[in-house]
Design a protein around this ligand. Structure first.
Ligand code: 7PM
Length: 279
């Protein structure tokens, strides 16, 4: 077993030799009722508990600030969405909690509230983010994105997408190591759908073995994404089977964490992958 499968995050030591499932928990205001903040916290908590019962190894909690085309969320709004949920979950569940944010203040308060992983779609490039990540012992996920969320899907162009993503991840990993964060606390993510067209996403999925040469575990987020919709021609609520195919392919090609909405189905699919990998 290679040491590069160990992922240290907070008080957790994950052995990623077995592919792990990260369940997505979105904390967003309920648009159908005026239930307010308490209602959306409650919904997120209940959803998170269901994902753990379904076998999630990690929970990724996000207040929607990182979403492409999303209405920008203010710092105070993002904090008031995610921090109460993290505080409660840290007491209720025994899996590492990840905070999906690029904002240093949200990272700091989330870690203080019990988050074990900082999942940053900007790869700790926001001023102050690297320092906050280095303060504690949280794990970090460094993701590649080309451009900025508002415009990144408007005809992104690459000469060689695999080399560009690989160089970027190497540079961010080196910056993170230089800040005093040890290699075992780092996972890398090619950032599917973040400034990539379908051909780029497919090329990256095929190139996971090459990205593994960077020496750290890879996190893959393809669940329900538009690249799958492009391939099968379905709306976002009809992408379960395509998402399962993507998770299976990711794990077979060396991906070590899959970030998904549909945890139970993914856990079952990856059990089949494991039976084959371990044979
Ligand atoms: C609209 C478009 C809504 C895209 C939500 C999304 C990733 C992530 C997201 C990923 C890591 C989603 C995305 N995607 N963090 N956050 N990797 N590390 O589908 O691929 O949830 S947001």
């Amino acid at each position: 077993m290679s040491n590069s499968n160990q992922f240290l995050c907070g008080r957790y030591h994950l052995d990623l030799t077995r592919p792990h499932v990260m369940g997505i928990v979105n904390v967003t205001p309920d648009s159908f009722s005026d239930g307010g903040r308490y209602a959306s916290s409650q919904l997120a908590l209940e959803h998170a508990m269901q994902l753990v019962a379904a076998g999630a190894d990690i929970l990724d909690i996000g207040g929607e600030s990182t979403r492409p085309n999303a209405v920008p969320v203010s710092l105070d709004e993002e904090l008031s969405r995610v921090i109460p949920v993290i505080e409660r979950l840290a007491k209720e569940v025994d899996v590492p909690l990840s905070i999906d944010t690029y904002k240093p203040q949200v990272m700091r308060e989330a870690v203080n509230a019990g988050a074990a992983i900082i999942n940053d779609v900007r790869g700790l490039q926001e001023p102050g983010a690297m320092e906050v990540a280095a303060e504690g012992n949280a794990g970090v996920c460094l993701m590649h994105m080309k451009g900025v969320p508002q415009t990144m899907q408007q005809d992104p162009v690459y000469e060689d997408v695999v080399q560009e993503v690989k160089s970027f991840l190497l540079e961010r990993m080196q910056a993170t190591l230089a800040a005093g964060i040890t290699a075992e606390r780092i996972v890398l993510d090619p950032g599917f759908g973040f400034g990539k067209r379908t051909v780029h996403n497919i090329a990256l999925l095929n190139a996971l073995p090459e990205l593994l040469e960077l020496g750290r575990p890879l996190l893959v987020g393809l669940s329900r994404k538009s690249v799958l919709g492009q391939i099968i021609g379905s709306d976002v609520d009809q992408r379960l089977h395509a998402s399962l195919a993507a998770s299976v392919i990711s794990a077979m090609k060396g991906g070590r964490i899959v970030r998904v909405h549909d945890v139970k189905a993914t856990v079952d699919a990856l059990k089949v992958v494991n039976a084959v990998i371990n044979a």
